[in-house]
Structure formats: C-alpha cells, structure tokens
Design a protein around this ligand. Structure first.
Ligand SMILES: *Cc1c(COP(=O)(O)O)cnc(C)c1O
Length: 443
C-alpha cells in the first residue's frame, strides 16, 4: 500500500477502532449504533405498501409459474421454502462452538427454493417478472385482472424476444435471471466474474442464456454488463448494486415467514424476540428481508447480517457511513472468499440506504467455518447447503456472547433464532461432496 493510503487508513482506524481488526482480517461482531426503533424511522425509499404490491405481483404470476415450472405445482406457483427446526444442529453448535443457545433454532431453507435453488429466486425472478409485466401492459397485451398463463404463449415469447436483459453476477443471481428470463423469451446476457463456478456457466447456457466471462471481480463484471446492456435501446440491466425491484422481491419473504410462524404457533413478542441471521453480499437480499420483517414485527425482530472476513463490504459501508462510496479494496482487503454470492467488494447503494437503521449488527466469519458448518449441518440434520449459506449458523452464538441482549433488555432464553440458508439445491453432487469432505477434515 502506498504511504498516502496507509495514512488515510490510520485516520479511519482512529475514528472507528474496530476497523483495526477488520483490516487485519480478524473476525468481529459489530453492533449497529445507528439502529433505530421503528417509531423513530420517518421515511424510507420503500414502504409496507410497496412490499404488499410485490406480494400481489407474485400472486398474479403464480398460475404462470406453476405451469412452466412443474416443481412449483405443489405450492400452486408460489415460490417458497420450508422453515425447519434444527435441534441436532443446536446441540452441535453448543458443543463445538460453545454457542450457549437456549432458545429454539430454525433453518429457513431457501436452499430448496424452486427455479434457482437459492435466495435469488426471490429477488431475481421478481425483477424479471416485474419488467415483463410492465412491457406487456404497455403493449396492451394484458391487464392485471387477466389470466397470467398467457405469459407462456408463443405470442408473448415472440414479443419478449425483441428485448434483452443483462445482469452481472458471481453466479446465483445470473442463474435466477437467466432461467426465468429465457423462459419468458427474453435474450439474457449474464456477465460473470472469473471466480464463478463452471457448472453455473454451463447450466445457464443450457437454459438459453448467453454467458460473458469476465476477468476481475464482481464490480467489474457489473460495470461491463451495465455498459453493454445500455448500448441496446431494448436492453434492461438488472443492477445488483442499486436495485429497488430486487429488494422488494426479497422483502416478500417476510410476509411468507409470518404465515409460517403463525402456522407453527411460534410467537414473536417483546418477551419472545425473533433473531434472524442473513448471509450478506451486496446487502440486497438481507436488506430486503430485514426491511420486510421490520414492517411486520417492528422492534421485536432483530436482524443480523454475516460477511466473510475477506469481503466485509456492507460492514465497512455501514460502520463508516460511507456506504457504496467505499470498497473493501480501499481498506486493503482482497475480497477473496469461497462463499459464492458473498464475494462482494462494494455494497448496494439502495439496500444500504435502508439497512443502516434497521440492521442490529453484522458479524464476520472465516472461510474455514463455512465448510465446518456445512459438514456439521449435514451430519446432524442431513441437510446440505452451499458454503456461503452456512454462515448464519454461528450467528446465534456470536450474538448471545455479545452485549446485544443486555443493551436491549432481552430475554434470550425465550428467543427464536432463524438462520437463513440462502442456497444449495443446484450445486452438483460431486461439488457438494468435496465441500463436505473439506469441512469434515477440519472438525
Ligand atoms: C446472493 C447471495 C447472498 C447474498 O445476497 P446479496 O443480495 O448479495 O446480499 C447470500 N447467499 C447466497 C447463496 C447468495 O447467492
């Protein structure tokens, strides 16, 4: 690092001492000093109404989805995942990670989400459906009261084939946009970073998307994608670094979770607080879900994000208040992690403008833990999720050990902990096996 940058870094560390550990790649737990009570939050760029509108869009498209994706027939075209109690994993976390967990532990299994096998089936699919609906309405092809199975007709496909959609992705977002976009008849171009997995590229090509491989990291792939897509007058770019629609698509998970909690007689109240742990890349999916949960459960839900020690982009953005204006590279951090979807150097500007007052805190973890947790979960519960998706599992222990409960007068003995498992279903068997074996060697 040049002397000038070193000097700047020292000034940052003086102002925010936690940055000393963060830049040394040590794990940290940051409790957000800017967390606000819901009654103190006056205006956000989106509101509860927007989230409910997004839920209605999903509903309109349900007949179409159930028709073209047979795996969604059982849920009548609603893309949702189960909430599972994982008591054996709780025992493992208490013994192997000294988690001291008393409350109930659940896994939100977005690894099983249909279509994309990851949390991106919420945001990515939503944004493409939103765009398709807008085009079809403007063209006079459909109105919101019509039967949306029309979207699978040749007439619609032909219409959409005049338009192209671009997206920059480390993998999972590209998969969701590519699969739904190609199904509707769009030309989809996915701009992937060098570290994206080969099987993801192959699967995308098989589904009919064009894959542009790009040297450099995620931000550069986004940049190239944005430029090339905007050169086409009929081009639409799904902008992971600044997307309101992705955010709203994710937020609907909160409404669905509320129903699942009610069905399971799981109470959320001041005495029985809800803790949610969300793996974080650009901050869109955890931000959208935290936003939605806060609209529903207010101050009784406590949302924590988790990032790899090598990619703490949202942490640095929120801690310094500089948000998307800073990247981890500015702080001498390399942004190299095996957590697909988490290797993000710069936060989403849209999401961080909202998360700043809603997220209770952010903790970081080392890549090795991703694999250890993967193997522990597989052995204890028979559930296989991708490495990045395991990062929430050590959240409960981290927060119990922090001062959070004390500062907020919370009784952790009656807490419900939900760990968001963000992906896994599409990972090829042999890749999953090698992740598992890697983790197994470390525990
Ligand atoms: C994308 C992704 C995340 C993080 O979502 P962001 O919106 O980028 O914060 C977490 N886990 C997995 C598996 C993902 O694909």
């Amino acid at each position: 690092m040049v002397v000038f940058e070193q000097k700047k870094l020292e000034l940052w560390i003086q102002k925010y001492p936690l940055l000393s550990k963060i830049t040394k790649l040590e794990t940290v737990v940051w409790l957000n000093p800017h967390l606000k009570k819901m009654s103190e939050i006056s205006s956000l760029p989106v509101n509860k109404q927007d989230m409910e509108d997004a839920a209605r869009l999903w509903q309109r498209f349900a007949p179409f989805l159930s028709q073209v994706f047979p795996e969604t027939k059982v849920t009548e075209g609603i893309i949702e995942s189960p909430l599972r109690k994982i008591p054996n994993m709780k025992i493992e976390l208490n013994s192997k990670y000294d988690a001291k967990l008393n409350g109930e532990l659940y896994l939100k299994c977005d690894n099983e989400l249909p279509i994309a096998g990851s949390i991106k089936a919420r945001g990515g699919v939503y944004e493409v459906l939103h765009y398709a609906e807008k085009l079809a309405i403007e063209e006079g092809l459909i109105s919101k009261e019509d039967d949306y199975t029309l979207f699978s007709s040749d007439k619609f496909k032909e219409f959409f084939s005049q338009f192209s959609i671009g997206v920059g992705s480390t993998g999972n977002l590209g998969l969701s946009i590519g699969i739904i976009g190609a199904k509707l008849g769009f030309h989809v171009s996915v701009y992937m970073s060098a570290d994206a997995k080969q099987w993801k590229k192959e699967l995308l090509r098989e589904k009919g998307a064009t894959v542009h491989e790009f040297k450099g990291d995620f931000s550069e792939a986004i940049l190239a994608g944005r430029q090339q897509t905007s050169e086409n007058p009929n081009g639409y770019f799904v902008d992971d670094e600044n997307s309101k629609h992705l955010f709203l698509g994710y937020s609907v998970a909160a409404i669905r979770l509320q129903n699942q909690l009610e069905e399971g007689n799981i109470i959320v109240s001041e005495e029985q607080p809800l803790f949610v742990y969300l793996p974080c890349g650009v901050g869109g999916s955890p931000g959208g879900i935290a936003f939605g949960l806060k609209q529903i459960f207010g101050d009784n839900v406590h949302c924590f994000f988790v990032e790899p020690t090598h990619s703490p982009s949202v942490l640095i953005g929120l801690l310094t208040g500089e948000k998307e204006k800073v990247s981890v590279q500015d702080f001498g951090i390399d942004n190299k992690t095996e957590g697909d979807g988490l290797a993000v150097g710069r936060p989403s500007s849209f999401a961080s403008s909202i998360s700043g007052h809603l997220v209770s805190g952010i903790y970081t973890l080392e890549d090795n833990d991703l694999f250890k947790l993967l193997a522990l979960l597989a052995d204890s519960e028979g559930v296989y999720i991708e490495p990045s998706a395991t990062s929430g599992l050590i959240g409960p222990g981290k927060i119990v050990a922090s001062k959070y409960a004390q500062q907020n007068n919370l009784n952790m003995n009656q807490a419900t902990h939900i760990v968001w498992a963000t992906g896994g279903a599409l990972v090829p068997k042999e890749d999953m096996l090698s992740f598992y074996e890697k983790g197994k060697r470390m525990i």
